[in-house]
Design a protein around this ligand. Sequence first.
Ligand SMILES: Cc1cc2nc3c(=O)[nH]c(=O)nc-3n(C[C@H](O)[C@H](O)[C@H](O)COP(=O)(O)OP(=O)(O)OC[C@H]3O[C@@H](n4cnc5c(N)ncnc54)[C@H](O)[C@@H]3O)c2cc1C
Length: 411
Amino acid sequence: METFDIGIIGAGPAGYTAAFQARKLGKSVVLFEKDFVGGVCLNRGCIPTKTILHSAELFEEMKLSEELGLVVSDISVDFAKVIERKNKVVEKLRKGLELGLKSAKVTVVNEFAEIVDAKTIKAGENIYSCSEIICAIGSEPAIPPCFKFDGEFVLNSDDILNLETLPKSVVIAGSGAIGCEWARIFSAFGVEVVVVELAEHLLPLADIEVSKRVERIFKSKKIKFYTKTFVEKIENGAVILSNGEVLNPDFILMATGRKPRMHEKIEGVRYIGDVAGSIQLAHFAIKEAFEHVAEINFEKDLVPAVIYGCPEIAWVGKREQDLEVGTFEKSTHLISALGKSHCDNCTEGFIKILSQDGLVVGAHIVSKEASSLIQQLTIAIQNKIPVEKLKEVCFAHPTYSEGIFDCICNL
Ligand SMILES: Cc1cc2nc3c(=O)[nH]c(=O)nc-3n(C[C@H](O)[C@H](O)[C@H](O)COP(=O)(O)OP(=O)(O)OC[C@H]3O[C@@H](n4cnc5c(N)ncnc54)[C@H](O)[C@@H]3O)c2cc1C
């Protein structure tokens, strides 16, 4: 029986971050992974989707190249190559991570692991004794109980990463981050897309004005969507909606959430990342690992959310619908008012900042580079930097950040 200070099950963002942090503290670490290191994020989530999205966006932009004075003829998509590139990006990053774990002297065991008790793990034929166990086994796609993934017509976000050809038409159930990103990918590649959302608006977790803007963007991109509607039945290649509409797509992507991959919690074991069933985001998983192992706390109410695509969508803190009318101030700046957006031919969107008592409490951005812009406001909110102090900061020109400054100046 081998003995370690820490045994970690699952080598996704939560697990590998915990492993690196524990090694930094000089602890001996064994990390179990039944599949590939990097977890969902690297192998089936964040990285592969954003890699495919990059090809899709470039393809969409190239169609407008003449406007930019570039003559490109006969543009077409070789989807097999798009997937091949995605696989290469994932492999390259995975090799980097494997190497990093090796140099940090983390013992990686490529086996399915089971927790025997709060200090014992079983993997294959071996038993490992660990002073502490961290369970970071992540989550898996969820589907309403009346349906089943079949890998052919009813697909999940794993299945869709390995399509060999582009479909002609798809239905996407759910308009959260995964649903919206895939809607944008497919539509940019010229696929007919219909999104079906149960809530009143697309991206139901977003600020109401962001949701409405996304609906406008989807319309402009000819992405059809139904809100306050659900998929009632799937039969013989048809998707029947609660509004009576019958659709005949090549397949349906069920982007209806993810569920923790866990049966029952064992006392004395620490659960972090998606398996803990809180916020299912890679950066949340990473921060939980830092908090648990390195004792670096973070504000759980201030976790930025990002939806990728053109333009990006990002937010942090309070939404307008969370605040009582008359208790807050709001400042909105259109992206089209920024010189940089015209240089980039990307004028869609806005920056909206909400403040209370002279402090920023929420920020909502639809813009190119929103994923990076949101970080500036996350830092401002977390550190309670007064609006008046933010006005003293010098923002570079021409940038999208100037939109933040313009917003701040109107509060
Ligand atoms: C399509 C898609 C896009 C996404 N995009 C983003 C994004 O842009 N930004 C973002 O922040 N988040 C994104 N996410 C979410 C993100 O991937 C997850 O929040 C993150 O991967 C969670 O990390 P984790 O370490 O908790 O779990 P995981 O990444 O799920 O890792 C868990 C690991 O545990 C292993 N495992 C499970 N059981 C066992 C066992 N018994 N023994 C050994 N190993 C085991 C699994 O094989 C897996 O590798 C996306 C997810 C999907 C599906």
